[in-house]
Design a protein around this ligand. Structure first.
Ligand SMILES: [Zn+2]
Ligand SMILES: [Zn+2]
Length: 400
């Protein structure tokens, strides 16, 4: 076994003379850990032990299982770097002889990112993570799935905007099996038919045909005792509570797209989006038309003729509305900029108040007398008193 020594002084490397440079250098690049220590193996460990140790470390620090954890990502890279060196006879010999500087002389300078690691060791990851339960391609970052939900809000909250807590069902990695789908204490077994490749090769005459392994369905591994919690799928549905700002001016049937609030991404992929469909409960006082809103006030013909002050509902509460003498039926009062706010804060629609004038259907004797007097003053022709009409009708029915 070669003894590790320091790099020879005449290595040909440019020497660092300025003290400040040395300090900044040593701070920027923290001391690398010993590769054997990283994988937790003896210096004399044979290749299969190193592979096994690496798989264990990669499993533990895999970005799928440690989303948003930069320390885990560093550990994941560190383990991959250790494995890259110790699994290669030449690099391992250089490392044993010269330490970390050895492999870098052979042109190896570590991995830039996790993507590079996945593509470098895709055959290893294929059977390691084939059963994580996320589906799809396993060899690169994947965007998280979209979430869709629906919320019902009162009319007033659609106008004012509101913050709501929404409960959504999300698919997340199962805690009990760390997303592997294998019962705790067990692990997926490499498929015996394809040896973990997920593909099998048939020979047919002169041709070789490669097909998806029928035993493991291309996963490369099989779960012999499935995790009870997730039935071997590696994922569970879980409730998550999300705070959502519903903007002022939202209308019934609109869908809000909230970027990045869907399911977590896989392997550093971006998260999916949250789509919230908004249902607005109607308010019998208001009719909405885009950003304009319509309402009505009802007054009697006498109020219309003489003018009056009435209570009118507005989006900001009731107001006293003054109506001039001689207000006509279906008169519309438009209150500029008092409608629904335009989403995104660009002004407001208008509020239109429609005046409805009612004509009395039942009059007391005194009221009828006053109206007849009014008609006479204006020289208007009006029907004969009802009494006479009904009595003559009765007379006719009796056949007199
Ligand atoms: Zn499970
Ligand atoms: Zn197989």
């Amino acid at each position: 076994m070669a003894v590790r020594t320091a790099a020879p002084a005449d290595s040909g490397e440019p020497s660092l003379t300025a003290t400040t440079q040395v300090f900044s250098f040593s701070r920027a690049v923290p001391a690398k850990r010993d590769y054997y220590e990283v994988l937790g193996v003896e210096r004399t460990a044979p290749a299969p032990d190193i592979k096994r140790a690496y798989r264990k470390a990669a499993m533990q620090w895999h970005p799928d299982r440690n989303p948003g954890n930069p320390e885990a990502e560093e550990r994941f890279k560190e383990a991959a770097e250790a494995f890259e060196v110790l699994s290669d006879d030449n690099k391992r010999r250089l490392y044993d002889q010269y330490g970390h500087e050895g492999p870098s002389r052979a042109g190896f300078s570590g991995f830039q990112g996790t993507d590079e690691i996945f593509s470098r060791f895709s055959d290893l990851f294929g059977d390691l993570f084939g059963n994580l339960g996320f589906g799809g391609r396993r060899d690169g970052p994947q965007r998280g799935g979209d979430l869709k939900t629906r919320v019902v809000i009162p009319f007033a909250e659609a106008v004012s905007g509101v913050e709501r807590e929404l409960t959504v069902q999300r698919r997340e990695a199962c805690d009990d099996c760390n997303g592997s789908g294998a019962a705790p204490g067990t692990r997926p077994q490499t498929c015996s038919q394809c040896g973990g490749h997920g593909q099998v090769i048939h020979r047919q005459g002169f041709f070789t045909i490669q097909t998806t392994c029928p035993r493991c369905q291309g996963q490369g591994s099989m779960i012999t005792s499935p995790c009870k919690t997730c039935s071997g799928t590696g994922a569970v549905q879980r409730e998550a509570t999300l705070k959502v700002n519903i903007p002022a001016g939202v209308d019934d049937g609109q869908t809000l797209r909230i970027p990045g609030r869907g399911m977590a991404g896989v392997k550093g992929g971006p998260p999916g989006n949250l789509y919230v469909e908004v249902a607005v409960q109607p308010d019998e006082r208001f009719q909405r038309d885009e950003y304009d809103v319509h309402s009505k006030v009802t007054i009697s013909m006498v109020q219309a003729a003489l003018g009056c002050t009435v209570k009118a509902a507005t989006l900001s509460g009731d107001i006293d509305l003054e109506l001039e003498a001689g207000t006509q039926p279906n008169h519309v009062i438009t209150r500029k900029g008092k409608g629904v706010p335009v989403i995104g804060g660009r002004g407001f629609g208008d509020h239109h108040i429609h005046v409805e004038v009612t004509v009395p259907t039942k009059l007391s004797g005194d009221q009828e007398d006053l109206l007849r007097e009014l008609a006479e003053l204006g020289g208007e022709s009006v029907a004969e008193p009802k009494k006479g009409f009904f009595s003559s009708l009765r007379r006719r029915k009796r056949g007199c």
